[in-house]
Design a protein. Sequence first.
Length: 501
Amino acid sequence: MEDRARIPVSPPVSNPLPSYWQTPKSPLANVIEPAPERSQPPTYDYCIIGSGITGTSIAYNVLRHKPSPRIILLEAREACSGATGRNGGHTKAASYRTYLQHKAELGKEEALSIARMEYQNILATHRMAAELGIECESKMCNTVDLVYDSETFEVGKAAIGELRADATEEERKEGGMAWYKIYSAEEAATRFHAASENTNPAVEEKEELVGAFEYLAGRINAYKFTTGLLKECVKKGLDICTNTVVRKIDRTTGALGPTTSNIVVTDHSRILAHTVIVATNGYTPYLLPQLQGTIVPLRGQITAQKPGRNTLLPSPLPTTYSFIYRTGYEYMIPRPLPSSSGGGQHIIIGGGLGRQSNQGLSEYGIVDDASLNPDISRYLNGVLAGYFGVHNWGESRGDADQRIMQEWTGIMGATADGRPFVGRVPGMEDVWVAAGFNGHGMVLCLKTAEALVQMLHGVSPEEMDWYPRSFIISEERVGRCHFHGRKDMIGEDEESESTIA
């Protein structure tokens, strides 16, 4: 793993696989970089690098709180073409899966702070979609974790018990942060239309369903949500330059103006900005090489599939799903189709890293989302009939290309301690970062953007009692976070995969 973490990070590739979510494209997908001014480069108060949910939410918060700032957002490819526009459609925290680890490492209050922030981020995301009228298939609903390993199930029950004991009475109520329902294998199979045993032929060891956990989550078209939010930012004065690869961030000499401190260098121009914010997730070490080996790119793979003929599954399925086994998990949402296109549903499911040798070691350290891992493709091809059973999933529609509507990859940012790095970059003036979301950006990024903008305006992390202190970047934390793999909820020595979900 150390060797994979040392692979130099490159900018995004220019020809990524098309994502299922990016049809139709946003009108903001391609905004041409303006020609540089003759006299001097354009000057901005803020330059944000990255147009995913983090960068876009930061822009939204800056524009909401600061009167008439000059602000520009740069994107290497099309708008929202990174992990946000390539994810699995979940807003799902699964806070119990990390609660014991966080409590042991950070203490009860910080562990609760993380769980509470994740929960509030889910609520805020769906609330913002409704308040701004963004059509993005936003829906809060319950989710279920179907578990196929006895030890994992027992640890999960213990974690849920401890989280509920530490939470408030209000948080334990139905739909609250600490509300969970626990099911036996028989109850789970009946309620969630699952097979009693995973019959995927790609799984060599027998896996029986052990039990399940149900709790609040949601689903959303993150591409439509983020580009919808980007549209609101443009209305408020945001400048956007897509297809603009940033090569480096330099300090100016001061001769270009007293309020300018940084120069952002692209292939075609230079942009002056007092404050630069790097929101490039897994690509961040390319621009901030001091984070090489601290934030590591991780490629995830996702499919959109049709249920089989004569399926017995409800359409749409009322919950989202995760399928958890000893070495990893898959994540899944139903996507209802409009009646104008015949109705029914597509099933979006990704994962497969835990089924690969060394838990998908070969997918770490690469930024190639222009290709697929054929071993993961073969596994995902049979994953739904395996978990639901052929009887529930329905008869095969024939060749895989008839069942699988689309398949794509995306690049996440994995960190050694499983937490993002947020705040002013140590050793750099007026350069800030929010990156390393470990595949869980949809339950972290909106509130992280809010916290970062408060810090930009002079609020210290100590004053934000709602935002986890353990997310804040520091020289000491960077120095000790050398990537050796993620820690699972099973124990501090266990490794687990990250997802795009």
